[in-house]
Design a protein around this ligand. Structure first.
Ligand code: KE4
Length: 431
């Protein structure tokens, strides 16, 4: 596979951009090799600068559930751009997008749009602290809620990938207010509440973590979080940046029937353009400026192009049968890959919830950060490159999720299963 142009671009990029990338996990550091410089994408595929086309399961880390360059989204952006690109003033589109979000998430009585998941999580934490008058928050080891200071404590995603779960630059005075518990271990949460009575503003959790790889909640775990927080007057914050509109139209809270106090959204709700959001209980959200005293703002919040793309995306996703169709594709791929992994040489453990999955290169089970970290990341790297040489683009990190889109055809899925069969049988690639 010729990647000479990506290699040249990467050399140029490294001279002017730290690490040559604008987000660390794109750098292929944990799997080795040169990151693909993508030139274009359509449907289920991305094409790199050298003209190599791949079946894409990175899906821009989740947003591209409808596939790339979906015609409805492209035309919505084009029409919006012809009316101007930013006003710094309220628009009718923001009301429409808020309506679509509220329709999917009944727990969201009011919602504020921002420009990234990080911004949404940071704002939700400040709001929880302002509303409760408490400083401490609880997060879970291996969960990732963006890179705002309070979140970079035992964080997942790129922070975990590069072994920097606690980043330099986060003052100890900030980090001390972030308490960490073990996902799927309610006793570790109760212990923190016993030791910090009346001091915990919020528990923030990915209801189905994707940032230590996919780790489903054990039955009852999320219900226990809801009971512990309600008893303590602490806000339960679901970070559904990945799971929102992914595992169901109404996200993980629809799947598990839990009503959080606040929900964080991102990725899919922007149709691939920069949109984040946080919302929830009216009494909590009304503590936000200008209604209330908790300040939060953003020049490009509710940007008309991003809002138009988000409306087009969520309108498509709201159509009947969408999630059944996605589940059929995901089940077909999941069962196909499982069949191969069962026969393949090395140990693997796969966690999958609907169209998001991770295959961990280890015996398993993988139920939390500590067990996820036992994975053989070198083996994952070999698998990643074996699949890449066969035209299948997986997440360049063991600690991320793969995503099936509505654009993947049965033929694409068969090709993917066939590639995995070859890689795990150790056969050389035909490329
Ligand atoms: P952004 O600021 O990257 O839009 O969103 C932060 C965020 C918040 N919450 C969850 C559950 C998330 O997964 C993310 C971002 N996800 C990572 C990959 N899992 C983004 C990829 C990257 O950092 O380049």
């Amino acid at each position: 596979m010729n990647t000479s142009i990506s290699k040249k671009l990467f050399r140029q990029a490294q001279k002017v951009i730290p690490g040559g990338v604008n987000s660390p996990v794109r750098a292929f550091r944990s799997v080795g090799g040169t990151p693909l410089f993508v030139a274009k994408a359509k449907g289920a595929t991305v094409t790199d600068a050298d003209g190599n086309t791949f079946l894409d399961y990175v899906s821009s880390w989740g947003p591209m559930i409808l596939g790339h360059a979906h015609p409805k989204i492209v035309s919505a952006i084009r029409r919006a751009a012809e009316r101007g690109t930013s006003y710094g003033a309220p628009t009718a589109g923001e009301i429409a997008l808020a309506g679509l979000i509220r329709k999917a998430f009944p727990s969201i009585e009011k919602v504020r749009l921002v420009s990234s998941g990080t911004e949404a999580a940071m704002s939700a934490v400040r709001l929880a602290r302002g509303f409760t008058g408490r400083d401490k928050i609880v997060k879970f080891e291996g969960c990732y809620h963006g890179h705002a200071d309070p979140m970079l404590v035992k964080a997942g995603s790129g922070a975990l990938t590069f072994g920097q779960p606690d980043s330099p630059g986060v003052p100890a005075d900030t980090a001390k207010h972030t308490l960490t518990a073990t996902f799927n271990d309610a006793a570790s949460v109760r212990q923190l509440f016993d030791r910090n009575r009346g001091q915990i503003a919020a528990v923030i959790v990915e209801p189905i973590p994707g940032n230590m790889g996919v780790v489903p909640p054990t039955p009852g775990f999320l219900d226990e979080l809801r009971e512990i927080t309600r008893t303590a007057g602490t806000l339960l914050v679901f970070d559904e940046v990945i799971t929102g509109f992914r595992v169901a139209f109404g996200g993980a809270q629809e799947l598990f029937g839990i009503v959080p106090d606040l929900t964080i959204l991102g990725k899919i709700i922007g149709g691939g353009l920069p949109v984040g959001a946080f919302g929830g209980r009216r009494d909590v959200m009304d503590a936000l400026s200008p209604e209330g005293p908790v300040y939060q703002a953003g020049t490009l919040s509710g940007n008309p192009l991003a809002v138009a793309a988000g409306i087009a995306a969520l309108t498509e996703l709201s159509k009947r049968g969408t999630y059944r169709n996605l589940a059929e594709k995901a089940d077909y791929l999941g069962e196909g890959l499982q069949g191969i992994f069962r026969k393949s040489g090395g140990p693997t453990w796969t966690n999958r919830v609907g169209s998001m999955w991770t295959t961990f290169f280890q015996e398993g089970p993988v139920v939390d950060y500590a067990t996820a970290k036992k994975s053989d990341t070198a083996a994952y790297g070999r698998y990643f490159h074996g699949m890449l040489r066969r035209g299948v683009y997986l997440a360049p990190s063991q600690f991320e999720a793969g995503f099936v889109s509505l654009a993947h055809t049965r033929r694409d899925l068969d090709r993917t299963i066939g590639a995995a069969r070859e890689v795990l049988a150790g056969r050389p690639a035909g490329r």
